[in-house]
Design a binder for this molecule. Structure first.
Ligand code: DU
Ligand code: SF4
Length: 226
């Protein structure tokens, strides 16, 4: 599948000097004590899930001790605990938890990618890094376009990345730019005239889930709209 080749190319990308340095620094010296004896991936996070999925999830970026450790999007951190549990409730994931790349998890009908593929310091990618990594997202949209039905954008960074990428690959995007919010929705039209439903959700990060800004019910509700 086209996604296999894309994943292989992404996983050796070194286009952002600051992020390359950080992902490798964490992998070699910056491990959390509880993971000290584990090998770290230390590379960009390739997309994960169903290569023929009709739904694309666009997250923010890998976490330093999550995807940057396990090599799989959202696997190995608290954000992933929330996302995979919700995808399991929604019928997209074969199991509610994901802790390592060999855990048996399979997604059906959905593929997960990120606006930025390398773990950024303090979870804050720069504007340039977002633009640079956006080219990989462009390729995701082009590969998914023939079957894509909807996209779930996590957080305003995921939302902005999805809209910017859709514009770059020649899809119709409403003007003025649709505003991000939890439950925000926008209708995009691919270059071949297919409608794609973009849905926004607060990101599944701890700062939202611990504080109750994002509840399980709120997440289930947006996933049901995909
Ligand atoms: O072996 P493979 O079919 O290329 O799958 C690679 C990887 O993708 C595996 O860890 C499972 C996952 N995956 C999935 O989650 N859902 C699918 O429908 C197909 C593959
Ligand atoms: Fe490449 Fe994206 Fe990582 Fe930058 S963030 S090095 S573009 S994979």
């Amino acid at each position: 599948a086209g996604t296999d080749e894309l994943d292989a190319r992404v996983s050796v990308c070194r286009a952002c000097p600051r992020l390359v340095a950080w992902r490798e620094e964490v992998a070699v010296h910056g491990r959390r004590a509880s993971f000290a004896d584990q090998p770290y991936w230390g590379r960009p996070g390739p997309g994960f899930g169903d290569p023929d999925g009709e739904v694309l999830v666009v997250g923010l970026a890998p976490a330093a001790n999550g995807t940057n450790r396990t090599g799989r999007m959202f696997t190995g951190d608290r954000s992933g605990d929330w996302l995979y549990a919700a995808l399991h409730r929604g019928g997209y994931a074969s199991q509610p938890r994901s802790w390592a790349s060999g855990d048996g998890l399979e997604l059906h009908g959905i593929r997960i990618v990120a606006a930025v593929r390398c773990a950024p310091p303090a979870n804050k990618p720069s504007t340039t890094e977002r633009q640079t990594c956006g080219h990989w997202l462009d390729r995701e949209l082009q590969l998914a376009a023939p079957r894509l039905r909807s996209m779930l954008a996590l957080g305003s960074i995921g939302w902005d990345a999805a809209l910017a990428s859709a514009r770059r690959v020649g899809w119709d995007v409403p003007r003025p730019k649709p505003r991000f919010g939890h439950g925000a929705q926008a209708r995009l039209v691919t270059d071949e005239g297919r409608e794609v439903n973009l849905v926004g959700s607060y990101h599944v990060s701890q700062q939202n889930t611990f504080t109750g800004k994002l509840t399980e019910a709120m997440l289930d509700e947006v996933i049901a709209r995909l």
